[in-house]
Design a protein around this ligand. Structure first.
Ligand SMILES: [Zn+2]
Length: 593
């Protein structure tokens, strides 16, 4: 079958935004919601597990309807963000979703408020909804009295949320200047950062210097915002709710034991020299003595080979097929059902994603396919997400999708399968080199960089409470950079200000370690696959098929994986060391460039 770069087909959802069917779905949703609200009086002490199950089924159905209604508007918008109709309908669908959230709050609140014995009785009949219900109750031990919770909610609006809002407003307003080819350009942050991969060293340096200059100039106010957010975090979560530490709040949300996260971060610090070796190697390739921090993402060589979509699809599906034919068929379904939009069009959403609407529907994948090796890897990545969703399609709409720590498992694994296939075919050196460097660049950005952000955050939260000033935090940040780079990178003082420019640490403290967790998890699983061969496959597929129907620890535990062990995480770094070995064996380009 030949695959074309074209717009996807959304008709499995609705014929169009102005269609009769879409309007009817909106009305039906309202009716269904009213029906669900009518269940409210049934939520009393006499509710049997059987009745509870029926209410859950009805809630599940409501979520499916919302997901289709909202999903369609979002996908139409992603397909053409400039279409005024799609813009309007997306806004309307958002409102509908928010209203459904508000009008069903009574149900989740009621459930969270049930006494433990009563909750256990109801859980016994909950079937596949069990984990979803458990997730809602996980915070129960840290929940305060209702009036206290109400005050926190109320004060958060003008407190924590307002502070984050001020950070966003200030930083989104920043404009940047950069001189390229003798011309001064006024650019957004995104455009500025694109110059980090410019082949010219002076342009890369200028890109970083400008970003750091602007943030450093605002360091006092941005730093104060951070200090207030961190103090608020400690006051609420440690003092009032009695969490054992600031990071424990996030661990509970991710359903991971504290010691697992400690071990992960510890192994990352200990293995920083693996990336330092990479940076030294990259310096050699670029023909410089030592890499400056500005050169971290410098491109190595040029790639002339391009992959037409058909070739890319062939390579990706063949890589999946060799692994397990069933998953190859699930990926192919996305393409055969025309749920793939790979065309490059003005107005189309940038980047790539895979959207899972509900268990019965093949997911939709969007990317702007341009034929570079990295586009082929992205295709494998997004189709990996689709495989994950399809394998877990036996679950309910509430439990199909994996929780954050496991969400990138199939996608990253799929990318690894593809890269290994392309490398094994012994393509031209320039393609091998592009693939291997991209893999290491990505791994640095996802594993070590994120792990060190978390290391910084943990230390910063402690020091702010102990009275640290903004300048002390900048010193601390520079210390963490020195540790991660060792003497492999020439680190300039201007990077002291970099932490001010990381939105995650303001928005969602400690979120970043999940990136390192997910990526390293997959690397380690991949190494297990290499060591064990095909006997590994059923256990791996079981992890994916669990979706979000169990806790990450149970899902991994059932597959015989113990993330409490250092050795498990170290195995992940082993894959990177092997990739580095492969890179060292490639012939170097002549330094005269
Ligand atoms: Zn992904």
């Amino acid at each position: 079958m030949a695959y074309a770069l074209e717009r996807w087909d959304l008709s499995d959802l609705f014929p169009g935004l102005e269609s009769e069917a879409y309007a009817r779905a909106g009305t039906a949703l309202e009716d269904f919601l009213r029906g669900f609200e009518a269940a409210r009086p049934r939520l009393n002490d006499g509710l049997t597990p059987r009745e509870m199950f029926e209410i859950l089924q009805s809630f599940d159905e409501l979520q499916r309807q919302v997901s289709r209604y909202l999903g369609f508007a979002y996908l139409r918008f992603a397909e053409d963000t400039q279409d005024p109709l799609a813009q309007t309908m997306r806004g309307r669908a958002d409102q509908v979703a928010a209203e459904v959230g508000n009008r069903t709050l009574f149900f989740t609140l009621w459930w969270k408020g049930q006494a433990e014995a009563r909750a256990q009785a109801l859980l016994s009949g909950a079937g596949d909804y069990r984990q979803w219900l458990l997730n809602l109750r996980r915070e129960a031990p840290y929940t305060l009295s209702e009036p206290e919770e109400r005050i926190i909610n109320l004060k958060d609006v003008t407190g924590r949320h307002a502070l984050v809002g001020v950070y966003d407003t200030l930083t989104n307003r920043y404009t940047f200047q950069i001189e390229v080819d003798g011309e001064t350009r006024h650019v957004t942050r995104g455009e500025l950062e694109a110059y980090r991969t410019d082949p010219r060293p002076e342009v890369r340096a200028a890109s970083y210097r400008e970003l750091l200059r602007v943030y450093a100039a605002e360091g006092n106010v941005l730093g104060q915002l951070y200090q207030s957010l961190v103090r608020d975090w400690a006051n609420e979560n440690v003092d009032l709710r009695r969490f054992s530490s600031p990071v424990a709040v996030r661990n509970l949300g991710n359903d991971l034991p504290d010691e697992v996260v400690e071990t992960l971060l510890d192994v990352c610090r200990q293995k920083a020299p693996v990336f330092q070796r990479f940076f030294r190697l990259k310096a050699e390739w670029l023909g410089v003595e030592r890499l400056r921090r500005y050169d971290l993402y410098a491109p190595v060589g040029e790639v002339h080979r391009t992959f037409p979509l058909d070739d890319a699809v062939h390579e990706v599906l063949a890589a999946f097929e060799a692994f397990e034919p069933r998953v190859a068929r699930q990926a192919q379904q996305v393409l055969d059902e025309r749920h793939f939009d790979g065309e490059v069009r003005p107005g189309k959403r940038s980047g790539a994603f895979c959207a899972t609407i509900e268990p019965g529907l093949t997911p939709w994948v969007l990317q702007s396919y341009q034929g570079q090796p990295r586009d082929v890897a992205t295709l494998a990545h997004e189709l990996g997400h689709a495989i994950h969703a399809s394998l877990a399609a036996g679950h309910t709409a509430l439990t199909q999708q994996a929780t954050l720590p496991l969400a990138e498992t199939a996608s990253t694994f799929g990318e690894m399968l593809l890269i290994d296939r392309l490398l094994a075919q012994d393509p031209e050196p320039e393609v091998r080199q592009a693939l291997l460097f991209r893999q290491m660049d990505d791994n640095y950005a996802t594993v070590l960089r994120q792990a060190y952000f978390a290391v910084f955050e943990k230390e910063a939260h402690g020091r702010v409470v102990a009275g640290a000033q903004v300048d002390d935090l900048s010193d601390l940040y520079l210390e963490t950079l020195r540790e991660q780079f060792g003497d492999a990178i020439e680190l300039s003082e201007d990077f002291r200000a970099e932490w001010l420019a990381i939105p995650h640490i303001y928005h969602t403290p400690f979120y970043v370690y999940a990136y390192a967790f997910g990526q390293l998890l997959v690397l380690s699983l991949y190494q297990q696959f290499r060591d064990e061969g095909r006997s590994f496959i059923p256990r791996y597929l079981e992890i994916l098929a669990a979706g979000g129907s169990d806790s990450p620890m149970n899902t991994l535990g059932k597959a015989g994986i113990d993330v409490r062990q250092r050795a498990f995480w170290e195995k992940g770094f082993g894959v990177l060391e092997r990739a580095l070995d492969a890179l060292s064996e490639l012939p170097r380009p002549s330094p005269a460039k």
